[in-house]
Design a protein around this ligand. Structure first.
Ligand code: F6R
Length: 603
């Protein structure tokens, strides 16, 4: 979702902004723009709809200077257009602003303070920068005007503001939306995430909600909205530039699918010692003290929660309930006496999840965040964090984060089970089983060509498809269908195999692809086979993905079996490849599906 980058200091701002925006592309956007301050002409503002490459093609040599701000926009208020693209300017053009988030009271502000103003587009951001400009016209200093605006504005925001009359400063503030300061020698930066700045610096400074930061080339001063100075240490991020490159891969998604065996092994070394599972004692205690675990997440992370549910219940002996984060903001069910909230989030920034966490904190409910991004908002604001150790995930379609989420929750379940003396935990050698999972994934990855071939006949032309499965395979079907639809645009549903006949089977007609998943259990497999017969009899084009041992000779993709608690990890990998190849074959950009954002920072 919207991305911000800004720089002030002794560097070529245009280059830094453009490279930063390219690194933010993965978050999802539909237009982009930069402002570069320049003493001679006050600065140049360039915007364009479409890709960063389009923006780049519009830059002339006059777009030069050492202070600038840039933005990738994911449309919320108003369509993707040049007028709505950021940066936005105040009425006189003096102030230039980029914004990530949603200003809830922008119409009220417009009515009350900006009745005579004309606007170029429909964004809430334009109102914010006009407000700042108007307050300065009314006699306030720039800092006072910015502060007063922050008091007036309600909603979520990360702002970076430049005054073209004094471009040695970038004014920054945030509430709910992510923003980081990058600290350099003779220059400082501001950015939505560390990845866009890692080429320039690995030294970062966090900004908390409702803090204002004045950034110059040599200083970063943080204050609260009342003007009190706040001490803030910087930290060194352990990001490696090579982690965020594509290497020789045509797409990040394929690279990330391929990385899954090594992620499983990294998790083994992060969460075990000499074969013994090791998880923070405080986290184990928090689970032991809970009478119910509530997993709150969105999209793929929500599906990972389902895939881990049975294992968590079996090993911790505690009921697990799942919640869709965007629903729980308004529609929270009656909670148990001693709940523990577990947030699963690759990015750690998902606004829907965060709103639930804010409420949980207000209610004093303990919380654990399972995330890929150390220092992310959900990690900082929860009581406990478990990291996914998956390395940066750049492709919009989540793959390695999903499998890492299930594996991380397996370590949690096993650690609690061991501490409780749970018999099932005792019998479950997770470290060994997870190393078998890594091997099973490797075996599937070696079958890429044959999977690509099978997909071609099945999905290259279809408009609709179904995934079906029972038990854990049903949970994998939910994730598999999300993966397929989000990047290939095939309308796909993940269905409990036995439920199809209760209505949805009426959609099955000649040639409709049905992908069936079969793992873990002979008796359950037999039932799924029955459901396959039902759809085949109605003309469905069936592809079966089955664990060896349960597989028949005619099945299409065979997966090396793993422990049933972990079967979602090995069973999902062929479905990731199915989505990848179907998308390639349909001539679409695998890494950047339309309308989607990697980090969903609005509710
Ligand atoms: C789909 C996908 C999304 C995310 C969802 C939550 O491939 O990635 O469904 O899972 O937007 O994001 P996180 O996990 O960052 O909270």
């Amino acid at each position: 979702m919207c991305g911000i980058v800004g720089v002030v200091g002794n560097r070529n701002a245009t280059d830094i902004l453009m490279q930063g925006l390219e690194k933010l592309e993965y978050r999802g956007y539909d237009s982009a723009g930069i402002f570069v301050a320049n003493g001679v002409n006050n600065g140049r503002l360039i915007k364009s709809v479409g890709r960063i490459a389009d923006l780049r093609s519009k830059l002339g040599i006059d777009v030069a200077g050492s202070t600038g701000i840039g933005h990738t926009r994911w449309a919320t208020h108003g369509p993707a257009s040049k007028e709505n693209a950021h940066p936005h300017t105040s009425a006189t053009g003096r102030f230039i602003l980029v914004h990530n988030g949603v200003i809830e009271n922008y119409l009220a502000i417009k009515e009350e303070f900006l009745a005579n103003h004309e606007f170029n587009g429909q964004t809430d951001t334009e109102i914010a920068v006009h407000l700042i400009g108007q307050l300065v016209e009314d006699g306030l200093s720039v800092l006072e005007a910015f502060k007063k605006s922050l008091h007036l504005i309600e909603g979520s925001y990360a702002f970076a503001l430049v005054d073209s009359e004094n471009p040695d400063v970038i004014y920054v503030a945030k509430n709910k939306s992510p923003l980081l300061i990058g600290v350099g020698e003779g220059y400082n930066m501001v950015c939505s995430d560390a990845m866009a700045m890692i080429r320039e610096t690995s030294e970062f400074m966090e900004i908390h909600d409702k803090e204002l930061v004045i950034v110059t080339k040599d200083s970063v001063s943080v204050q609260d909205y009342a003007g009190n100075s706040l001490e803030r240490e910087s930290y060194t991020a352990e990001l490696d530039l090579s982690d965020i490159g594509k290497g020789t891969y045509p797409y990040y998604m394929l690279k990330e699918i391929d990385e899954q065996p090594s992620v499983m092994r990294k998790l083994i070394s992060a969460y075990s010692d000499n074969g013994q599972v090791k998880v923070d004692e405080a986290i184990i205690k928090a689970v032991q003290e809970a009478d119910r675990l509530y997993i709150i997440a969105a999209g793929t992370s929500y599906h990972a929660g389902f895939a881990a549910k049975n294992m968590l219940e079996a090993l911790t002996n505690t009921p697990v309930e799942l919640g869709i984060a965007s629903e729980w903001g308004y529609n929270q069910p009656l909670l148990s006496q001693k709940p523990l909230f577990i947030f699963i989030s690759q990015s750690g920034e998902t606004a829907d999840s965060r709103q639930v966490l804010v409420r949980a904190n207000e209610m004093g409910i303990p919380s654990l965040t399972v995330t890929n991004v150390p220092g992310s908002t959900l990690s900082r604001e929860a009581n406990y964090t478990m990291l996914l150790h998956a390395g940066p995930e750049i492709a919009v379609a989540s793959t390695k984060a999903y499998t890492a989420q299930i594996a991380t929750l397996a370590f949690l379940a096993k650690a609690v089970g061991d501490a409780d003396g749970n018999e099932k935990a005792k019998a479950f050698d997770l470290v060994h089983e997870l190393s078998l999972v890594a091997q099973s994934i490797e075996a599937t990855l070696s079958e890429k060509d044959s999977i690509a071939e099978k997909v071609e006949g099945l999905l290259a032309k279809t408009r609709t498809a179904f995934y079906i499965g029972r038990g854990n395979d049903y949970y994998v079907a939910m994730e598999a269908s999300l993966k397929l639809k989000e990047i290939s645009y095939i309308q796909c549903e993940g269905f409990a195999a036995g439920e199809l006949k209760h209505g949805t089977i009426s959609l099955i007609e000649d040639g409709v692809p049905v992908l069936a998943l079969i793992s873990s259990d002979e008796a359950v497999a037999a039932h799924t086979r029955g459901n396959i017969q039902e759809v085949a009899a109605r003309g469905a084009n069936v592809l079966v993905i089955a664990e060896e041992g349960l597989a028949r000779e005619t099945d299409d993709i065979k997966v090396v079996p793993v422990h049933p608690y972990l079967s979602a990890i090995s069973m999902v990998v062929p479905t990731q490849l199915v989505a990848y190849y179907a998308t390639l074959q349909r001539g679409l950009d695998v890494d950047k599906p339309r309308n989607l954002a990697k980090s969903v920072t609005v509710e």
